[in-house]
Design a protein around this ligand. Structure first.
Ligand code: AP5
Length: 220
Protein backbone atom coordinates (compact mmCIF):
# COMPACT_ATOMS: atom_id res chain seq x y z
CA UNK A 1 0.00 0.00 0.00
CA UNK A 2 1.43 3.36 -0.97
CA UNK A 3 -0.60 5.97 0.88
CA UNK A 4 -2.62 6.10 4.06
CA UNK A 5 -6.16 4.72 4.11
CA UNK A 6 -8.64 5.75 6.80
CA UNK A 7 -11.95 3.94 6.78
CA UNK A 8 -14.88 3.40 9.10
CA UNK A 9 -16.69 0.06 9.34
CA UNK A 10 -20.35 0.84 10.03
CA UNK A 11 -23.18 -1.59 10.62
CA UNK A 12 -25.37 -3.20 13.26
CA UNK A 13 -24.06 -5.63 15.86
CA UNK A 14 -23.36 -8.94 14.17
CA UNK A 15 -22.88 -7.40 10.71
CA UNK A 16 -19.46 -9.01 10.47
CA UNK A 17 -17.34 -5.85 10.94
CA UNK A 18 -14.78 -7.57 13.17
CA UNK A 19 -14.63 -10.64 10.92
CA UNK A 20 -13.97 -8.55 7.81
CA UNK A 21 -11.48 -6.34 9.67
CA UNK A 22 -9.41 -9.41 10.57
CA UNK A 23 -9.38 -10.50 6.90
CA UNK A 24 -8.68 -7.02 5.53
CA UNK A 25 -5.65 -6.56 7.77
CA UNK A 26 -3.86 -9.19 5.67
CA UNK A 27 -4.57 -7.15 2.54
CA UNK A 28 -4.06 -3.54 3.64
CA UNK A 29 -1.32 -2.13 5.84
CA UNK A 30 -3.61 -0.31 8.25
CA UNK A 31 -4.31 -0.54 11.96
CA UNK A 32 -7.55 -2.08 13.24
CA UNK A 33 -9.05 0.14 15.96
CA UNK A 34 -12.12 -1.49 17.51
CA UNK A 35 -13.76 0.51 20.28
CA UNK A 36 -15.51 -2.65 21.51
CA UNK A 37 -12.12 -4.41 21.86
CA UNK A 38 -10.57 -1.33 23.50
CA UNK A 39 -13.38 -1.15 26.06
CA UNK A 40 -13.29 -4.91 26.77
CA UNK A 41 -9.51 -4.65 27.38
CA UNK A 42 -10.10 -1.72 29.73
CA UNK A 43 -12.64 -3.81 31.67
CA UNK A 44 -10.19 -6.73 31.88
CA UNK A 45 -7.46 -4.41 33.18
CA UNK A 46 -9.84 -2.92 35.73
CA UNK A 47 -8.97 0.64 34.62
CA UNK A 48 -11.14 3.67 35.43
CA UNK A 49 -12.44 3.68 31.83
CA UNK A 50 -13.28 -0.02 32.09
CA UNK A 51 -15.13 0.45 35.38
CA UNK A 52 -17.23 3.22 33.88
CA UNK A 53 -17.94 1.34 30.63
CA UNK A 54 -18.82 -2.10 32.04
CA UNK A 55 -22.40 -1.40 33.11
CA UNK A 56 -23.36 0.21 29.79
CA UNK A 57 -21.86 -2.64 27.80
CA UNK A 58 -23.51 -5.38 29.84
CA UNK A 59 -26.89 -3.74 29.24
CA UNK A 60 -26.17 -3.35 25.51
CA UNK A 61 -26.25 0.45 25.80
CA UNK A 62 -23.75 2.90 24.34
CA UNK A 63 -20.89 4.10 26.50
CA UNK A 64 -20.96 7.93 26.82
CA UNK A 65 -19.62 9.75 23.74
CA UNK A 66 -17.07 11.76 25.66
CA UNK A 67 -15.38 8.69 27.16
CA UNK A 68 -15.14 6.72 23.94
CA UNK A 69 -14.10 9.72 21.81
CA UNK A 70 -11.28 10.53 24.23
CA UNK A 71 -9.99 6.95 23.91
CA UNK A 72 -10.19 7.00 20.10
CA UNK A 73 -8.51 10.40 19.67
CA UNK A 74 -5.72 9.30 22.00
CA UNK A 75 -5.28 6.10 19.94
CA UNK A 76 -5.24 8.05 16.66
CA UNK A 77 -2.44 10.27 17.93
CA UNK A 78 -0.01 7.30 18.17
CA UNK A 79 2.63 6.97 15.39
CA UNK A 80 1.52 3.43 14.41
CA UNK A 81 -1.65 4.91 12.86
CA UNK A 82 0.39 6.75 10.18
CA UNK A 83 -0.48 4.24 7.41
CA UNK A 84 -4.14 4.63 8.22
CA UNK A 85 -6.80 3.03 10.38
CA UNK A 86 -9.83 0.84 10.08
CA UNK A 87 -12.22 2.17 12.72
CA UNK A 88 -14.58 -0.61 13.82
CA UNK A 89 -17.54 0.39 16.00
CA UNK A 90 -16.72 4.10 16.01
CA UNK A 91 -18.41 6.48 15.36
CA UNK A 92 -21.78 5.29 16.65
CA UNK A 93 -23.58 8.62 17.08
CA UNK A 94 -23.71 11.85 15.07
CA UNK A 95 -21.88 13.53 17.91
CA UNK A 96 -19.05 10.96 17.65
CA UNK A 97 -18.96 11.37 13.85
CA UNK A 98 -18.52 15.12 14.23
CA UNK A 99 -15.81 14.67 16.85
CA UNK A 100 -14.01 12.25 14.54
CA UNK A 101 -14.21 14.69 11.62
CA UNK A 102 -12.71 17.49 13.76
CA UNK A 103 -9.97 15.24 15.16
CA UNK A 104 -8.91 13.97 11.72
CA UNK A 105 -8.92 17.50 10.27
CA UNK A 106 -6.69 18.67 13.11
CA UNK A 107 -4.27 15.84 12.28
CA UNK A 108 -4.35 16.76 8.57
CA UNK A 109 -6.10 13.49 7.70
CA UNK A 110 -9.43 12.64 6.17
CA UNK A 111 -11.79 9.70 5.89
CA UNK A 112 -11.43 7.75 2.64
CA UNK A 113 -14.76 6.03 3.03
CA UNK A 114 -17.37 4.57 5.34
CA UNK A 115 -18.03 0.94 4.61
CA UNK A 116 -21.64 0.27 5.51
CA UNK A 117 -22.59 -3.38 6.10
CA UNK A 118 -26.29 -3.43 5.27
CA UNK A 119 -27.52 -6.37 7.34
CA UNK A 120 -30.94 -7.78 8.20
CA UNK A 121 -31.95 -8.20 11.85
CA UNK A 122 -32.57 -11.94 11.42
CA UNK A 123 -29.02 -12.50 10.16
CA UNK A 124 -27.53 -10.32 12.93
CA UNK A 125 -29.41 -12.25 15.64
CA UNK A 126 -28.39 -15.64 14.20
CA UNK A 127 -24.74 -14.55 14.05
CA UNK A 128 -24.59 -13.05 17.54
CA UNK A 129 -26.35 -15.96 19.23
CA UNK A 130 -23.84 -18.42 17.74
CA UNK A 131 -20.70 -16.31 18.15
CA UNK A 132 -17.96 -17.77 20.33
CA UNK A 133 -14.71 -15.95 21.18
CA UNK A 134 -11.35 -17.29 22.28
CA UNK A 135 -10.58 -16.32 25.87
CA UNK A 136 -6.82 -16.22 25.11
CA UNK A 137 -6.36 -14.66 21.64
CA UNK A 138 -9.89 -13.22 21.05
CA UNK A 139 -10.36 -14.94 17.66
CA UNK A 140 -14.03 -15.07 16.65
CA UNK A 141 -15.92 -18.23 15.68
CA UNK A 142 -19.53 -19.14 15.04
CA UNK A 143 -21.05 -22.41 16.22
CA UNK A 144 -22.43 -23.25 12.77
CA UNK A 145 -21.23 -20.57 10.28
CA UNK A 146 -17.54 -20.72 11.21
CA UNK A 147 -17.04 -23.55 13.70
CA UNK A 148 -13.65 -24.39 15.21
CA UNK A 149 -12.13 -27.78 14.29
CA UNK A 150 -12.75 -29.00 17.85
CA UNK A 151 -15.88 -27.75 19.66
CA UNK A 152 -15.11 -25.17 22.35
CA UNK A 153 -11.38 -24.92 21.50
CA UNK A 154 -9.56 -22.21 19.51
CA UNK A 155 -7.87 -23.52 16.34
CA UNK A 156 -5.05 -20.98 16.67
CA UNK A 157 -3.97 -21.15 20.31
CA UNK A 158 -5.99 -23.93 21.96
CA UNK A 159 -7.74 -21.39 24.22
CA UNK A 160 -11.25 -21.92 25.59
CA UNK A 161 -14.14 -20.45 23.55
CA UNK A 162 -16.84 -18.53 25.42
CA UNK A 163 -20.00 -16.53 24.69
CA UNK A 164 -19.78 -12.75 25.23
CA UNK A 165 -22.16 -11.58 27.98
CA UNK A 166 -23.72 -9.08 25.58
CA UNK A 167 -24.48 -11.86 23.07
CA UNK A 168 -27.21 -13.29 25.35
CA UNK A 169 -30.67 -12.95 23.70
CA UNK A 170 -32.08 -10.07 25.83
CA UNK A 171 -28.96 -7.94 25.43
CA UNK A 172 -28.78 -8.64 21.69
CA UNK A 173 -32.35 -7.34 21.34
CA UNK A 174 -31.39 -4.16 23.15
CA UNK A 175 -28.20 -3.67 21.12
CA UNK A 176 -30.20 -3.84 17.90
CA UNK A 177 -32.71 -1.32 19.31
CA UNK A 178 -29.89 1.01 20.36
CA UNK A 179 -28.35 0.69 16.90
CA UNK A 180 -31.63 1.78 15.26
CA UNK A 181 -32.10 4.65 17.72
CA UNK A 182 -28.58 6.06 17.82
CA UNK A 183 -26.39 4.73 15.02
CA UNK A 184 -28.57 4.09 11.95
CA UNK A 185 -28.74 7.86 11.27
CA UNK A 186 -25.05 7.74 10.40
CA UNK A 187 -25.92 5.98 7.15
CA UNK A 188 -27.65 9.11 5.82
CA UNK A 189 -25.11 11.38 7.50
CA UNK A 190 -22.25 9.79 5.54
CA UNK A 191 -24.32 9.26 2.40
CA UNK A 192 -24.97 13.02 2.28
CA UNK A 193 -21.22 13.60 2.53
CA UNK A 194 -20.70 11.14 -0.36
CA UNK A 195 -18.52 8.97 1.86
CA UNK A 196 -20.82 5.96 2.17
CA UNK A 197 -19.88 2.70 0.44
CA UNK A 198 -22.62 0.11 0.87
CA UNK A 199 -21.95 -3.64 0.90
CA UNK A 200 -24.18 -6.65 1.49
CA UNK A 201 -23.64 -7.59 5.15
CA UNK A 202 -25.85 -10.68 4.74
CA UNK A 203 -23.45 -12.18 2.19
CA UNK A 204 -21.07 -15.05 2.95
CA UNK A 205 -17.84 -13.83 4.58
CA UNK A 206 -15.47 -14.87 1.76
CA UNK A 207 -17.64 -13.27 -0.94
CA UNK A 208 -17.96 -10.07 1.05
CA UNK A 209 -14.22 -9.98 1.61
CA UNK A 210 -13.51 -10.22 -2.14
CA UNK A 211 -16.04 -7.46 -2.86
CA UNK A 212 -14.47 -5.13 -0.28
CA UNK A 213 -10.92 -5.76 -1.48
CA UNK A 214 -12.01 -4.91 -5.04
CA UNK A 215 -13.62 -1.68 -3.79
CA UNK A 216 -10.54 -0.49 -1.90
CA UNK A 217 -7.69 -1.84 -4.05
CA UNK A 218 -7.63 1.26 -6.22
CA UNK A 219 -7.84 3.67 -3.30
CA UNK A 220 -5.00 2.27 -1.19
P1 AP5 B 1 -18.67 -3.92 19.71
O1 AP5 B 1 -17.70 -4.89 20.22
O2 AP5 B 1 -18.22 -2.88 18.72
O3 AP5 B 1 -19.92 -4.72 19.18
P2 AP5 B 1 -20.86 -4.50 17.92
O4 AP5 B 1 -20.74 -3.29 17.07
O5 AP5 B 1 -22.16 -4.71 18.53
O6 AP5 B 1 -20.29 -5.47 16.93
P3 AP5 B 1 -20.07 -6.97 17.13
O7 AP5 B 1 -18.65 -7.20 17.58
O8 AP5 B 1 -21.12 -7.59 17.98
O9 AP5 B 1 -20.34 -7.49 15.66
P4 AP5 B 1 -19.46 -7.49 14.36
O10 AP5 B 1 -20.16 -6.67 13.33
O11 AP5 B 1 -18.02 -7.16 14.63
O12 AP5 B 1 -19.64 -9.03 13.96
P5 AP5 B 1 -18.55 -10.21 13.98
O13 AP5 B 1 -17.57 -10.03 12.89
O14 AP5 B 1 -18.03 -10.48 15.35
O15 AP5 B 1 -19.33 -3.07 20.91
C1 AP5 B 1 -19.75 -3.70 22.11
C2 AP5 B 1 -20.28 -2.64 23.09
O16 AP5 B 1 -19.23 -1.68 23.39
C3 AP5 B 1 -21.44 -1.78 22.60
O17 AP5 B 1 -22.69 -2.41 22.80
C4 AP5 B 1 -21.27 -0.51 23.47
O18 AP5 B 1 -21.74 -0.73 24.76
C5 AP5 B 1 -19.77 -0.36 23.55
N1 AP5 B 1 -19.23 0.51 22.47
C6 AP5 B 1 -18.36 0.12 21.50
N2 AP5 B 1 -18.10 1.17 20.68
C7 AP5 B 1 -18.81 2.23 21.15
C8 AP5 B 1 -18.96 3.56 20.71
N3 AP5 B 1 -18.34 4.04 19.62
N4 AP5 B 1 -19.78 4.38 21.42
C9 AP5 B 1 -20.42 3.94 22.52
N5 AP5 B 1 -20.33 2.67 22.98
C10 AP5 B 1 -19.53 1.81 22.30
O19 AP5 B 1 -19.52 -11.42 13.53
C11 AP5 B 1 -20.52 -11.91 14.39
C12 AP5 B 1 -20.61 -13.44 14.23
O20 AP5 B 1 -21.04 -13.79 12.92
C13 AP5 B 1 -19.29 -14.17 14.45
O21 AP5 B 1 -19.58 -15.35 15.16
C14 AP5 B 1 -18.78 -14.50 13.04
O22 AP5 B 1 -18.09 -15.71 13.03
C15 AP5 B 1 -20.08 -14.60 12.25
N6 AP5 B 1 -19.98 -14.02 10.90
C16 AP5 B 1 -19.40 -12.84 10.58
N7 AP5 B 1 -19.54 -12.57 9.27
C17 AP5 B 1 -20.24 -13.60 8.75
C18 AP5 B 1 -20.74 -13.88 7.43
N8 AP5 B 1 -20.52 -13.04 6.42
N9 AP5 B 1 -21.44 -15.02 7.24
C19 AP5 B 1 -21.67 -15.87 8.28
N10 AP5 B 1 -21.24 -15.65 9.54
C20 AP5 B 1 -20.53 -14.53 9.79
Amino acid sequence: MSKSLNIVLLGPPGAGKGTQAALLLKEFNVLHVSTGDMLRSAIKEGSAVGKEAAGYMNRGELVPDELVTRAVVERLSKPDTAHGVMLDGYPRTINQAESLGHALAKMGRKLDGVLYFKTSDAVAVQRLSGRRVCRKCAKNYHETNMPPKKAGVCDLCGGELFQRDDDKPETVKNRLKVYQASTADLVEYYRSKKQLIEVDGDAAADKLFKDIVALFKNRA
